[in-house]
Ligand binder design. Structure first.
Ligand SMILES: N[C@@H](CCC(=O)N[C@@H](CS)C(=O)NCC(=O)O)C(=O)O
Length: 230
């Protein structure tokens, strides 16, 4: 039997939510550890030089990293690889890459793409993540102009679309690929559904989530995913 598996995560980390969604879906008993966002490297120091979350530690104390390999590992080890074997393997691989390259890049613009949204996001993060007393205040007031100024504005400008339009285009592209089915995986979600769900779910604690909620097909799929993990 060994120990209960653990997942070290940040509450606002999209990569962590990809993995957590799958864990919830298959009903695996896992203990979640929220790390301090200012001390990630130290808090997951047990996993060598990786220095990022999520880190999954299995019942034998062995650690596994990187969200997409983790999705495959958890499905293979605890779910007989059922999700990986749904549908065409090549298509699944291609769309996992699509989610990791396209959707992953859309989260920062929607959260930090304007000074107003950056402020809302950092204040919310300082409320829901684990921080020390001083680092929490420092993060809320210093974090947002840094994120806004450096990364998000550059990305929004380069893309040319508003962060909302970018998300709507991605959700259209993704849900069109479902055809007449409820999920990317068909009648049931597969690993691609969990990857996309994780990216979208990481935005759900923030007020900007309402910009995604008016994508009818996207939000209908999201709600189906949400009920599948409850
Ligand atoms: N490719 C990795 C990315 C993980 C990642 O970048 N996690 C962020 C949090 S959202 C992190 O831990 N960053 C800390 C750092 O890069 O120092 C995955 O998919 O798991």
């Amino acid at each position: 039997m060994g120990q209960t598996p653990t997942l070290h995560m940040l509450y606002t980390c999209p990569f962590c939510w990809k993995v957590r969604g799958l864990i919830e879906y298959i009903g695996l008993d896992v203990e979640y550890f929220s790390v301090n966002g200012m001390k990630i490297k130290k808090e997951v120091g047990f996993a060598g030089d990786w220095g990022k979350v999520p880190v999954f530690t299995d019942e034998n104390g062995e650690y596994h990293t990187d969200s997409t390999p983790l999705l495959k590992h958890i499905d293979a080890t605890y779910n007989d690889g059922k999700l990986a074997s749904l549908g065409d393997a090549e298509r699944q691989l291609q769309w996992l890459e699509w989610a990791d390259s396209k959707m992953s890049k859309a989260t920062i613009p929607i959260l930090y793409g304007s000074i107003g949204s950056a402020l809302k996001t950092t204040v919310r993060i300082s409320q829901i993540e684990k921080f020390g007393f001083f680092s929490k205040r420092l993060y809320a007031w210093a974090g947002f102009p840094i994120m806004w100024g450096i990364i998000a504005r550059k990305r929004v400008k380069k893309d040319g679309r508003t962060p909302k339009q970018l998300w709507h285009d991605l959700l259209t592209e993704f849900t069109d690929e479902h055809g007449s089915k409820s999920y990317f995986g068909g009648d049931e979600p597969d690993l691609v559904d969990f990857a996309a769900f994780g990216y979208m779910r990481s935005i759900s604690p923030f007020p900007q989530f309402n910009l995604l909620e008016d994508h009818a097909k996207g939000i209908a799929w999201y709600k189906r995913m949400e009920s599948s993990v409850q």
